[in-house]
Design a protein around this ligand. Structure first.
Ligand SMILES: [Zn+2]
Length: 182
């Protein structure tokens, strides 16, 4: 029997035709104008079955070999299970790196982000993806140094990367690895 393909229908007032996409997290989405009947979506997914499976396959092989499988679980339950642990971890590591870098920050928030590792605001608030705890220690440190460096440089200019490099000399390797995850 052929593999069943799960997909989501997104009704859009602006869509002019039925469109198919596979998101970075491996979700198959059919975007359709509001009045298009459901069997249209079903038929499209069936017609494009081979293409969809190829996209999903590609996504799997792009994943780094020894990455923690929890990095690719997007469930709410997993987030709730690990949120506190991530909060404790970030509190400790951010405090450590902020001292090293002689920077101060305001607040740390843990978020369940699908395609982002972290962010930093003008108000000096730092956000981290809870999945930081599933990374290798040096990858997590790179991520924290990256966001802290934004407190000095709110961009990705050469000056910004110079700050990062000062504290994480092999930052490029970590950056590439993280980009492969999402
Ligand atoms: Zn950045």
């Amino acid at each position: 029997m052929a593999q069943k393909i799960n997909y989501k229908i997104k009704k859009s007032a602006r869509a002019k035709s039925v469109r198919l996409s596979v998101s970075a997290r491996g979700e198959v989405v059919v975007t359709a104008p509001r009045l298009v009947p459901k069997y249209f979506a079903e038929r499209l997914v069936e017609q494009k079955r081979d293409w969809i499976l190829r996209q999903l396959q590609k996504m799997q092989t792009k994943r780094p070999q020894n990455a923690d499988p929890r990095l690719f679980n997007y469930s709410r339950e997993q987030y709730e299970k690990y949120r506190e642990k991530a909060r404790e971890f970030c509190a400790k590591r951010v405090a450590y790196w902020a001292t090293q870098m002689d920077l101060d920050y305001n607040r740390i928030a843990i978020k369940n982000m699908k395609t982002r590792w972290g962010s930093c605001s003008i108000k000096k608030n730092l956000n981290f993806n809870y999945k930081i705890i599933f990374l290798k220690p040096e990858q997590a440190d790179y991520l924290i140094v990256h966001e802290l460096a934004h407190l000095r440089q709110m961009n990705h200019s050469p000056a910004f990367w110079k700050i990062v490099e000062e504290y994480v000399p092999n930052y490029k390797k970590n950056r590439i690895e993280l980009n492969k995850i999402f």
